[in-house]
Design a binder for this molecule. Structure first.
Ligand code: COA
Length: 288
């Protein structure tokens, strides 16, 4: 086992997630790419442990917040889930310890429940949504707007549209430097990073897809439309354009993970309006 403080460990975490990925997995390698790059300013507080058997990564745990565990364990080595949970309990700080899994990750759930973590069924949760890329309508945008993919040198505009879409509750802190970090994190590809541009050359909507080429599955994360441009079909258009690019790049299906509870229904309404269909949900567990 190797422990890391800070940002190290991403490639090993992605290696395990990709090697063992199935539709029953909570995480796609793009989740890790996005979460570890977009939140890099919090990396000083991260704790990560990676377990290897020879060259192969077989388990990891990540304290993305002081008391919150994300983990992945090879389903062929279910006994390691308890080892990760033990590490979490001995490493974590704070009065409340919590963990998140997908309901289908039975080996993780069993280890958490046997360590006295309990499901919080009234907590907010996320639901995987799936779409096959066989039949995707062409994107349509209102006159004067253009849908295209971003270019690697458009970091500042790309960061600005993220902030314009993700500041409803509190101003987004995603800086240009952080967006540069996102855009240089594997497997980012600008051909899968789509935007809608207005007449002034500003980006007003965006949808980023991460492709797992081994499994031909893309993760859509994140999507946003600037407040002043909502309910004009741009969310649909930018997603459809990105999904068609994913198909051209070899993808056969895509997954996205919006809130499944009724506290934030608009994102899943958008994805369902495009043709995404709900699958498994996440579970939030608390110790005690
Ligand atoms: C969610 C979001 C991307 C939607 O973008 P948008 O451009 O307004 O979406 P569209 O105009 O393409 O809407 C398409 C359909 O989605 C659904 N929808 C979109 N916004 C909705 C809302 N606020 N409430 C209910 N349904 C909504 C509707 O079915 C809509 O069709 P309609 O307008 O004909 O009723 C936008 O509100 C946003 O950026 N929110 C903040 C960031 C976010 O939540 N991103 C997604 C997280 S996974």
């Amino acid at each position: 086992m190797t422990e890391y403080a800070g940002r190290d460990g991403l490639a090993e975490m992605q290696q395990l997630v990709q090697r063992t990925w199935s539709p029953a997995s909570r995480l796609h390698l793009g989740d890790l790419a996005w979460e570890r790059s977009a939140n890099v300013s919090r990396a000083a507080g991260w704790r990560t442990a990676v377990w290897r058997d020879g060259e192969q990564v077989v388990a990891w745990g990540w304290l993305e917040q002081p008391g919150h565990l994300l983990m992945a364990v090879d389903p062929g080595r279910p006994e390691l889930a308890g080892t990760v949970v033990d590490w979490f309990r001995s490493t974590a700080d704070g009065p409340k310890l919590a963990a998140g899994v997908l309901e289908t990750e039975k080996h993780l759930l069993a280890a958490l429940e046997s360590a006295r973590f309990r499901r919080q069924d009234d907590a907010p949760y996320f639901t995987h949504h799936w779409i096959s890329l066989d039949a995707l309508p062409a994107p349509v945008v209102p006159d004067g707007l253009t849908v295209r993919h971003a270019r690697p040198d458009e970091v500042a505009k790309r960061a600005a549209v993220h902030r314009a879409a993700w500041s409803d509750l509190a101003p987004s802190k995603l800086s240009d430097d952080v967006m540069a970090e996102v855009m240089s994190t594997w497997p980012y590809r600008s051909e899968l990073d789509w935007v809608v541009e207005n007449e002034a050359g500003e980006f007003v909507a965006s949808a980023l897809i991460w492709l797992d080429a081994q499994h031909q599955v893309g993760l859509v994360e994140p999507v946003g439309v600037a407040t002043a441009y909502r309910r004009r079909g741009l969310g649909q258009a930018v997603n459809l354009a990105a999904l068609r690019a994913l198909r051209e790049a070899g993808g056969t299906r895509a997954v996205v993970c919006p809130r499944g509870d009724d506290g934030y229904p608009q994102a899943r309404a958008l994805y369902q309006s495009i043709g995404f269909r709900p699958g498994s949900r996440t579970l939030h567990l608390l110790l005690g």
